[in-house]
Write a protein that binds this ligand. Structure first.
Ligand code: MLC
Ligand code: AMP
Length: 508
């Protein structure tokens, strides 16, 4: 029985059984043993504590992926701090929102972001700013060098917050999602069991570590099973082909798999040692599933989750993996489909997908009304996804009630982009949609209505948006029209626009 609910205590139980084992090997062949992860995270936790940071304090982190960044995540857990990772693509105005809302005790960034972060830290009264560069240099590591590599894991209750991750919303205002130690532990335990992870596994880890997928799904499976990783700082399909023969498992968003299929050298020989390919964060097209099986003999295992809920459903490791479905509810997760009145629907009927379980987040940070709005009286969370459940219990995601685009596994909320476009001189109004894209699954497209001739053309508009939006949110195309289609209530008919521009990228 674990007395300390700190997730790191569960990880450390596994680490201590195999301290000399290599936990990760980078693509430049630098290795870290479990003992080194434990010592480095102790040093960093001790150093952060010495700055006067208290358990529960948020630590906002915008750094490139590196083994040291991984140790920093572990240090936040063991020190009882709240890990607040930020996508490295965020611009100053985006960062200002996150930092002013999270009110962190410290910011950690790389040298290239130092000026921006210093400005924000001064403005928001954040006293600690530390540097961690991709190569492991910077004040965080330098200043912690003399700190002890022993640190007692800070005691946490199961519903204490371990991480704060932001997801934008249909109003364009990002919401902080409070994930507890219990949420993360429970989910990782079920995934290890469901996907059969053991200490013999070698996971190819190329996902970013600022989102749920690369962080809690991938790392949770590795650290609770004592497996090891080939650790790539970013995804590169050619490099993946080089490393897969030594790996036993891979996780990725669908774009990772379509990019592999685009390489002629990707074949059965490359994948011979792999026992499972897992896909999630965005819909995997049935045609990708089929092509992948034809090429490699592997049936990709698709699962479904979200930041608020961690993982909800998964196709089975043994048993039928149905393309176009996201599988069965994971152990301890209840999934139901309801109509707009909240009544349960029958098999195969399409409705709102709701989930309940220990995987589901505690609350939105500082947004009690929003939290209350998204939970039902019997404590199911309304995901905003439209789904159906077949007679075998397999769940399919058939659409979204929320206006959201998923591009390359990253969510873009149209409202957020529209607000920035509408502020540009010469723009009367805009509508942002997602249309099919061969690489990213969906691509962001902006439909813009000019108010006068001062409205910039496509390239000029995209250039102006670059200052304010992370690059993955930028429209890949801007179409300038005379007016937006509206229904009789005056609401913009985005489905009409999506139909009109559905071949924009496919025909290229
Ligand atoms: C990069 N670009 C993107 C993009 N990523 N544009 C749209 N969508 C994206 N996802 C931009 C780049 O900045 C660049 O802009 C241009 O597109 C081409 O870049 P690229 O070199 O092709 O992109 P690349 O660096 O290869 O990145 C693509 C990617 C990456 C798919 C490999 O985005 C990625 O790793 N995505 C995974 C995201 C993820 O972890 N999602 C999980 C969320 S958790 P320019 O202007 O410089 O040319 C979650 C819950 C769950 O959803 O269920 O898992
Ligand atoms: P995020 O808010 O980034 O965590 O994204 C979560 C959303 O991604 C979910 O609400 C779904 O809409 C979508 N999603 C995740 N996995 C899948 C999947 N396998 N199939 C379809 N959509 C998915």
């Amino acid at each position: 029985m674990q007395s300390n609910a700190n997730l790191y205590a569960s990880f450390q139980n596994i680490f201590l059984q195999q301290l000399d084992k290599v936990a990760l090997t980078t693509t430049t062949d630098i290795t870290y043993t479990y003992s080194e992860l434990d010592q480095e995270s102790a040093r960093l936790a001790g150093f952060l504590s010495s700055l006067g940071l208290q358990s529960g304090d948020r630590i906002s982190i915008q750094v490139q992926k590196s083994p040291q960044a991984l140790c920093l995540y572990l240090a936040c857990l063991r020190g009882g701090f709240v890990f607040h990772p930020l996508n490295t693509g965020y611009r100053e105005n985006e960062l200002e929102y996150f930092l002013s809302d999270a009110e962190p005790g410290a910011i950690i960034c790389d040298d290239s972001a130092k000026d921006v972060m210093q400005r924000l830290a001064d403005k928001l009264g954040i006293n600690n700013l530390l540097i961690l560069n991709a190569d492991g240099t910077g004040s965080l590591i330098n200043n912690s060098r003399d700190t002890s590599d022993e640190f007692e894991i800070v005691s946490r209750e199961s519903d204490d917050m371990a991480a704060l991750l932001y997801s934008s919303g249909t109003t364009g205002v990002p919401k902080g999602i409070m994930l507890t130690h219990e949420n993360l532990l429970h989910n990782a335990e079920s995934l290890v069991q469901y996907w059969g992870f053991t200490s013999d596994d070698v996971l190819f880890h190329a996902l970013p570590i600022f989102h749920v997928h690369g962080l809690f799904v991938a790392l949770g499976c590795v650290f609770l099973s004592g497996a090891s990783m080939r650790w790539a700082s970013a995804y590169d399909a050619k490099q993946t082909v080089k490393y897969l023969p030594e790996c036993t498992a891979m996780m990725g968003v669908p774009t990772y798999y379509t990019r592999l299929l685009a390489l002629p050298e990707f074949n059965k020989k490359v994948t011979a040692n792999i026992r499972v390919f897992i896909s999630g964060s965005a819909p995997l097209l049935a045609e990708t599933f089929v092509q992948f099986e034809e090429r490699t003999g592997h049936r990709i295992l698709e699962r479904y989750g979200m930041t608020e809920t961690n993982m909800n459903t998964s196709n089975p490791l043994q048993g039928e993996r149905k393309p176009g479905t996201v599988g069965l509810p994971l152990p301890g997760v209840e999934v139901r489909i309801v109509n707009d009145m909240g009544n349960n629907l029958e098999t195969d009927e399409i409705g709102n997908l709701q989930v309940r379980g220990k995987n589901v987040f505690k609350a939105y940070w500082k947004m009690p009304e929003k939290t209350a709005e998204d939970f039902t009286d019997d404590n199911f969370f309304n995901t905003g996804d439209k789904g159906q459940i077949d007679s075998d219990g397999y769940v399919a995601i058939v659409g979204r009630a929320k206006d959201m685009v998923i591009s390359g596994g990253l969510n873009v909320y149209p409202k957020e982009v529209e607000l920035v476009i509408d502020d540009i001189e010469g723009v009367l109004e805009s509508a942002v949609i997602g249309v099919p894209h061969p690489d990213f699954g969906e691509a962001v497209v902006a439909i813009v209505i000019a108010s006068d001739e001062s409205c910039p053309q496509e390239d000029g508009l995209i250039e102006m948006l670059k200052e304010q939006l992370a690059s993955f949110k930028l429209p890949k195309r801007v179409m300038i029209l005379d007016e937006l289609p509206r229904n009789t209530m005056g609401k913009v008919q985005k489905n009409v626009l999506r139909d009109q521009f559905t071949d924009l990228f496919e025909s290229k």
